[in-house]
Write a protein that binds this ligand. Structure first.
Ligand code: FMN
Length: 185
């Protein structure tokens, strides 16, 4: 019989997005009991933005080094109470929407769904025109119709909350944290 996990953790998948990545890292720092999953692009992009991963003590980092996304097995043993996926690139959102799980980030999303672990997704592509931070400063980006449609499609997924702004992201995580502390008391 599977062991019951005493303190389930936050699972957080980072993708190769520069959009609000610095603000996202600031939110991550405030969480405890956290496992971080990095897509290969996430690793590269963090370097480009010169972002060192300064993480809460006890955080475990999983990099995308296996074809089978081996670390996702923990979802089956109740290790995670919540998956956070964000910022989520248009690539990752598209794959998630079509049920593709071919790297660590898309696998944790798929396995969270299959294990009924609620997910909060901060999608990058949310408006026809957006200001976003590139490594050398702010730029304008124009998400395509397919990108915006995929974000909308993801909103229809079960147990999935899709947020569109960094403020909404923070609020969704806070609301989940509050719900969790209520449910454990
Ligand atoms: C500096 C930099 C910033 C990027 N920011 C974004 C972004 O905000 N949104 C996005 O959809 N793709 C962005 N990309 C492109 C993704 O990293 C690329 O599509 C990658 O294949 C995504 O892989 P992943 O979804 O597996 O992480 C960026 C690329 C670079 C080099």
């Amino acid at each position: 019989m599977a062991k019951t996990v005493k303190s389930p953790r936050w699972g957080w998948a980072l993708t190769g997005s520069g959009h609000f990545v610095k603000e996202t890292l600031a939110i991550i720092k405030q969480l405890s009991d956290l496992d971080l999953f990095l897509s290969s692009a996430a690793e590269e992009v963090l370097n480009m933005y010169k972002q060192d991963l300064v993480l809460p003590e006890g955080t475990r980092i999983y990099k995308d080094r296996t074809a089978s996304a081996a670390p996702v097995g923990n979802f089956y043993y109740g290790v995670y109470h919540t998956l956070i996926l964000g910022p989520a690139t248009s690539n990752t959102v598209a794959k998630c929407v079509y049920g593709i799980s071919d790297n660590l980030a898309t696998n944790v999303f798929a396995q969270a769904g299959k294990c009924r672990v609620p997910a909060i997704v901060f999608a990058c592509d949310t408006a026809p025109v957006m200001d976003t931070e590139a490594p050398k400063g702010m730029v304008k980006v124009y998400p395509r119709r397919i990108d915006l449609e995929n974000t909308e499609r993801l909103k229809t997924f079960e147990d999935t909350t899709v947020v569109e702004t960094i403020d909404e992201f923070e609020r969704a995580i806070d609301a989940r944290r509050q719900w969790l502390s209520g449910s454990s008391s």
